[in-house]
Design a protein around this ligand. Structure first.
Ligand code: SAM
Length: 220
């Protein structure tokens, strides 16, 4: 059995591919067309609605928002579009994106791996990512933050769910193989600052016996 070096580019590509194939398989099991999480969890629609409303309150009508790892577009992409924002949803799962096209016709949707995504510099007023970065290999996440900063206009916002504690795991999720990788909150806050994404606040989002961290940062 070959030794898995998580810093190796080929290993990271395999880990991302596992996630992509996983979400192709479990799209509906993860979240139904009504936006409800299939498994009982705190990822409830009211919570997303609150996050979308809070961000929309910081932005002008028609502002451009990129939703990285938008999944089937519900609830977040749809909620943000409902606030009159111009949303671009990005996901690499063909099945998730096909559903997003049907469920959120108001959004522009791009099938892409966020680690390879090319957007115009300073073209976004906000970038959001909910429960998606935690599936991206850690070295790719760290490399992504300066690129997200580059897509944002100065003063633009980055609102993201990241890890609360360090974890690297491969396991079964809704019946498919899945990969998770995240750092702890303090490490993310340091990485954001280094990328000139200045944290404004962070909140612990409890989910059952564990939880994640929601961070709002501003492009300096
Ligand atoms: C847990 S789901 C979250 C979906 C949605 N944001 C939500 O909160 O319901 C994670 C999503 O991120 C996507 N994803 C994970 N890694 C990605 C990557 N490297 N590039 C693009 N999409 C990715 C998956 O395909 C999946 O749809």
């Amino acid at each position: 059995m070959p030794v898995m070096d998580p810093d190796d580019a080929a290993t990271r590509a395999r880990q991302r591919d596992l996630v992509r194939r996983g979400y192709d398989t479990i799209s509906l099991a993860y979240r139904g067309d009504d936006g409800q999480a299939a498994a009982p969890s705190a990822e409830d629609t009211a919570r997303y609605a609150g996050w979308a409303a809070e961000l929309a309150g910081l932005l002008r009508p028609g502002a451009a928002v990129v939703d990285l790892g938008c999944g089937a577009g519900i609830p977040a992409t749809r909620d943000l579009a409902g606030h009159g924002l111009r949303v671009i949803g990005v996901d690499f799962s063909a099945v998730q994106l096909r559903r997003a096209r049907r469920l959120v016709p108001a959004a522009r949707l791009i099938q892409a791996d966020m680690t390879a995504l090319q957007l115009r510099p300073a073209s976004a007023d906000a970038v959001v990512s909910f429960y998606a970065l935690i599936h991206v290999p850690l070295a790719d996440q760290q490399a992504l933050f300066p690129r997200i900063r580059g897509w944002l206009r100065p003063g633009g916002y980055f609102l993201a769910i990241v890890g609360a504690g360090r974890c690297t795991e491969t396991g079964r999720y809704h019946g498919a193989d899945m990969f998770w990788d995240h750092a702890d909150t303090d490490t993310y806050l340091r990485w954001f600052q280094a990328a000139r994404l200045m944290p404004l606040w962070h909140r612990y989002i409890p989910e059952g016996t564990s939880g994640h961290t929601l961070v709002l940062a501003r492009a300096s």
